[in-house]
Design a protein around this ligand. Structure first.
Ligand code: AMP
Ligand code: GLY
Length: 405
């Protein structure tokens, strides 16, 4: 089979790394890919990131299967277009991707489907939001409606911060939401529209600094160890969240296919959904693919149940100077080849002197170990061997999981 991966971040590098090992994949392509993916797949430049352009590429390489990494092409309708042309593609349709594409749609949908989530109201105007801002007390969570690359959510500690945040958020509708306390878990399932395959739970680290301090990022690291949720909690997530969501999507005429990512908060009052994403998480995928022992291609093409290695995996993101604010690019990276483990590229490019930084999250250093402590140590040993000017990374990825060992 010829397989095309759409995207060029760390998640897509991890997907390509896994697909490269599949007995069903003959030729692997990525669009646009990145310098790390180049070692595994033929990278195809894209002139324009439109569904039509991706379709043309898929036709030109006779792709038998296309796997979509990021949300933007999904929300733009790449799956609809491929299916209309009879091309096999993994992901939800544009309408189904609204679960991620619109916070207002997602929140209203959860209410209709009876999925447990934080109390919320939607404001069409900033004036309405200002008038009602204290309804859930403080802290309060403000969410811009549309896609915002993980940066459209602000947690305001008091009224003053909330009013400031309202002025900062993009124009348009906003969701004002009750602040939930608990532990966050990324629970991702894959569905072909009929069968549902839960992946192992993972835990992301969203805040930029150690101890969950500082502003939120796309994710500074993740781990996967088979202990994040108990079997009972997985059952709860399936029964209270995943099944009602998939059933309701079907009933509303927008059946869901592809990866569905439920960002869960494990509260004292049970599991609650913070958000849905219409795709795999980044950096969750790097940890997931490192632990997957079965054939990813066979999951897509033959419905083979995913299997997991017993060894936990950990991914630490090395970020560029300035991230998550204004990012500096062009810093030369040293030590990737000799660090001794998988390094998934995200914001990198080839410069005249070698691979250099080209984005906020630069690398996802990923390793495993006999237990979580060893997996963490192995990952940080590799992180210590990689250097670039201005780099920063969290030092506490996976620490939350140690109390379960
Ligand atoms: P979202 O994009 O909706 O997942 O929000 C991004 C991050 O903001 C989440 O991963 C949480 O860390 C935090 N967050 C979102 N909603 C809430 C909430 N209702 N209560 C507490 N934290 C939240
Ligand atoms: N790591 C969080 C996300 O992919 O949305």
């Amino acid at each position: 089979m010829n397989v095309l991966v759409i995207g060029g971040g760390g998640r897509e590098h991890a997907l390509a790394w896994s697909l490269k090992q599949s007995k069903l994949v003959k030729k692997l392509y990525a669009a646009p890919g990145n310098p790390g993916i180049e070692a595994l797949a033929t990278c195809l430049p894209i002139q324009e990131a439109s569904p039509e352009a991706y379709l043309q590429l898929a036709e030109s390489i006779q792709a038998d299967l296309t796997v979509v990494g990021p949300e933007a092409p999904l929300v733009a309708g790449v799956v609809d277009l491929f299916r209309a042309q009879g091309r096999r593609i993994i992901g939800p349709t544009a309408q189904a991707a609204q679960l991620e594409g619109s916070k207002v749609f997602s929140k209203n949908f959860m209410t209709r489907a009876g999925v447990p989530t934080a109390g919320a109201f939607t404001s069409d105007t900033p004036e309405d939001a200002v008038a009602r801002i204290g309804e859930f007390g403080f802290p309060v969570v403000l969410k811009a409606d549309g896609l915002a690359a993980g940066k459209g959510v602000i947690i305001a500690q008091d009224r003053g911060q909330a009013l400031e945040a309202l002025a900062k958020l993009p124009q348009g509708r906003i969701v004002v939401e009750e602040f939930l306390r608990g532990e966050e878990v990324s629970f991702i399932v894959y569905t072909d529209g009929h069968r549902v395959f839960p992946l192992e739970a993972t835990q992301d680290h969203k805040a930029v600094w150690d101890g969950d301090q500082g502003p939120n990022t796309g994710g500074m690291g993740a781990y996967c160890d088979g202990r994040i949720l108990t079997p009972r909690q997985v059952d709860q997530a399936m029964v209270q969240v995943i099944h009602p969501t998939l059933e309701r999507m079907k009933a509303e005429g927008t059946p869901y296919t592809g990866f569905l990512y439920a960002g869960l908060m494990m509260t004292t009052g049970g599991v609650k959904v913070l958000e849905f994403n219409a795709r795999l998480g980044d950096p969750e995928t790097q940890a997931l693919m490192h632990r997957l022992s079965s054939d990813l291609g066979a999951l897509f093409l033959e419905g083979e149940m995913p299997q997991w290695k017993p060894e936990p995996s950990v991914c630490v993101v090395m970020a560029a100077h300035g991230y998550p604010a204004q990012v500096r690019t062009g810093d030369l990276i040293h030590g990737i080849e000799s660090c001794g483990t998988e390094v998934f590229h995200a914001g990198t490019r080839r410069g005249s002197a070698g691979v250099e930084t080209a984005g906020g999250r630069v690398l996802g250093v990923t390793a495993s170990g006999g237990n979580l402590k060893l997996a963490i140590a192995n990952t940080y040993n590799a992180v210590d061997k990689i250097t670039f000017d201005g780099m920063h990374n969290r030092k506490d990825i996976g620490q939350k999981g140690l109390r379960r060992w």
